[in-house]
Ligand binder design. Sequence first.
Ligand code: ADP
Length: 172
Amino acid sequence: MKKQNAEGDGPSMKICICPGSFDPVTNGHIDIISRASKLCEKVIVAVGNNKVKKTTFTIEERMGFLHCALVNLPDVEIDCFDGLLIDFAKRKEASAIVKGLRAVSDFEYEFQMALLNKRLDYNIETLFMMTNVNYSYLSSSAVKELAKNGGDIEGLVPDCIKQKVMEKFSAK
Ligand code: ADP
């Protein structure tokens, strides 16, 4: 479907943005990004670099983790942004922002952000994808809580970052 649309058979989603803090990236994020890449010609993973929001991993670490986890997805680009997401999406000429939804608790905040962003730019859609049932309980903070307390994070984060995540906490 993606390839046909790319050849000019009608409207297609050319560029989609998957935003987040990715502190660190989990298999739940990777699932959403890879599903989005099947629908869009190019996915830009936008890593928030908000100086006020304190993160455990630096922007370089978070982007490095994404690069290694997404090496097999050639249509996915990794970038960072500060300021408003909608301005970044506009600069990148994106058609849509794609977000994952896990539970009702995600909904209220996401609903508010989607409506605000729609008000700021009517032409950029926010699309929601239901979490993969296997990752519905998974969050970056749950991973950090486990790692901090010596729990096993196998299967929760991409294999190539597992060691580095554990090291961050053993160094503290
Ligand atoms: P933020 O800190 O900006 O909320 P996150 O990095 O935690 O961002 O998440 C980025 C996006 O990924 C959000 O849309 C969030 O709902 C989604 N997401 C996070 N974890 C999962 C998961 N396990 N399944 C589906 N979507 C998820």
